[in-house]
Design a binder for this molecule. Structure first.
Ligand code: ATP
Ligand code: MG
Length: 458
């Protein structure tokens, strides 16, 4: 056991066998762990309520509250702390019972110290990962359907708006570039509304063929058209008591727009080919990555419908305007990808974080999510490095020349600025160095020196 790396952290040991407690405690302390021993499950629970532990080691057979009941209690009170159960005779039944109770792993007596070291190590890593997820949760916003991460003022404004408008019934329009998290905002609105127990029905207007969209939305009677073998309930009716989310609303065909307007005004839909009308009670949320004002101006979107759905507007900012959130989101996706792969959580190397910050993220959060997932797939060490990142990030060279920076995050050093300006000049002059030197007011030798220092693609 002494050859093993030290088992980190604080361990709570619960066993009524005094000799075993002392022996294990000594062995673990030799390896650098802090061990607190208790003789009963009751005393262990009290300890756990007062102090923080990385792992709990617990005997299955205890006087009073037994190991299984104890494990269940820990799973309920402190689910982030892994419990390793020690048992004298591991029958299939006790093993299954321990796992069902929420035990993280189990060990047989007599205890193999090397195995114990391995198990404790894995448990401590698991605990660290849990801690990361919990702290991310505190930094973000927990939702029924997921987690919104982000603490920049622009995201805080989004959270505030969600809280303010969620309880009401006014239609909400969510605007933002592709991959910024519009659907997540829609889900958050539903989760924070009084309709949260009702359904959340989402439909992407761009993904459903125009010919089918009407019957999708409003339903149809049997025999309404050739393929209508039986009656179909529309999405409005399905969302009754809940929320209807119409994504990419700018793609709604013009001929359907008056029908949607009518449905919203009268709170009733007319199924295709049917004679009656069906009342519904659903809150409407729409989303678009297009500028709907322009669509209205160019008569591709009806103005009356636009006013009807644009009662409350939530703008989701692009990722490049949320500098402080980039690393936070990256860590969030890193933790998720590692957990899915059953791997210990890698750290994000500072150089890799810098690459993430420098990139301009045309695909926003979704693009970041994909980049981190692919980086985790190729990485194998305890750290995520620049070399694990996709080539577009590794090779990214900002072309922006910031002369009128309107945010302190855009400020760069003079050296960086002159390098970027040099790159820009060369790009605009198709690489003609003689002309570039003239424009920059330097001789060609100076230009070559500058290029050697940074180079247009360095
Ligand atoms: N603040 C956030 N925290 C955590 N994950 C996020 C956040 N914003 C977006 N995501 C994730 O990024 C991905 C894209 O988000 P979403 O689908 O909501 O974007 P969208 O704006 O609807 O995109 P599109 O315009 O392409 O439909 C999703 O996997 C989502 O879970
Ligand atoms: Mg979407």
């Amino acid at each position: 056991m002494s050859e093993q790396p030290p088992s980190p952290g604080r361990i709570l040991l619960i066993d009524d066998d005094e000799v075993l407690c002392d022996f294990l405690g000594l062995q673990l302390e030799r390896r650098g762990a802090t061990v607190v021993a208790e003789r009963s499950a009751e005393a262990g629970l009290e300890r756990l309520a007062a102090e923080d532990f990385d792992v709990v080691l617990c005997d299955l057979h205890l006087v009073g509250l037994d190991g299984l009941a104890f494990t269940q209690e820990v799973a309920r009170r402190s689910p982030q702390v892994p419990v390793v159960v020690i048992t004298g005779a591991a029958t299939m039944d006790t093993t299954i019972a321990a796992m069902r109770a929420g035990a993280w792993d189990f060990l047989l007596k007599p205890i193999d110290l090397d195995l114990l070291a391995v198990v404790l190590d894995r448990a401590a890593k698991h605990r660290a990962l849990q801690g990361e997820v919990v702290s991310l949760r505190r930094q973000g916003r927990e939702l029924a359907g997921g987690l919104m991460v982000g603490t920049t003022p622009s995201m805080k404004r989004v959270y505030e708006l969600i809280d303010r408008v969620a309880p009401g019934d006014a239609p909400v329009m969510i605007c933002g570039a592709s991959g910024t998290g519009k659907e997540l905002v829609a889900a958050a609105l539903h989760a924070a509304s009084t309709r949260k127990a009702g359904p959340f029905v989402a439909v992407n207007c761009a993904a459903v063929p125009a010919a089918l969209l009407e019957s999708e939305l409003f339903g149809h009677a049997r025999g309404a058209f050739t393929d209508a073998k039986r009656e179909r309930k529309g999405l409005f009716a399905q969302a009754d008591g809940g929320t209807l989310f119409l994504d990419e609303i700018a793609e709604l065909p013009l001929e359907l727009q008056p029908k949607l307007l009518r449905a919203l005004q009268e709170r009733r839909v007319r199924p295709l080919g049917g004679t009656g009308e069906i009342a519904f009670d659903a809150r409407l949320i729409t989303a678009t990555n297009r500028d709907l004002d322009t669509e209205v101006h160019e008569r591709r979107f009806r103005e009356d419908l636009f006013y009807r759905i644009n009662v409350v507007r939530i703008d989701v900012p692009p990722l490049r305007e949320r500098h402080a959130d980039i690393v936070l989101l990256a860590r969030h996706f890193l933790a998720r990808a590692a957990a899915r792969a059953g791997r210990p959580l890698p750290t994000l190397a500072p150089a890799a974080a810098e690459k993430l910050l420098a990139y301009e993220w045309p695909g926003n959060v979704r693009e970041l999510e994909n980049c981190i997932e692919s980086a985790v797939a190729v990485s194998d060490g305890p750290e995520l490095n620049v070399s694990d990142l996709p080539a577009k990030l590794r090779d990214f060279q900002s072309q922006r020349v910031v002369l009128a920076a309107d945010s302190s995050q855009d400020l760069v050093t003079l050296a960086e600025l002159s390098q970027r300006y040099l790159n820009r000049v060369l790009t605009l002059l198709s690489g003609n160095k003689t002309r570039a030197a003239q424009v920059l007011g330097v001789d060609r030798r100076t230009l070559y020196r500058m290029l050697a220092r940074g180079g247009p693609s360095a």
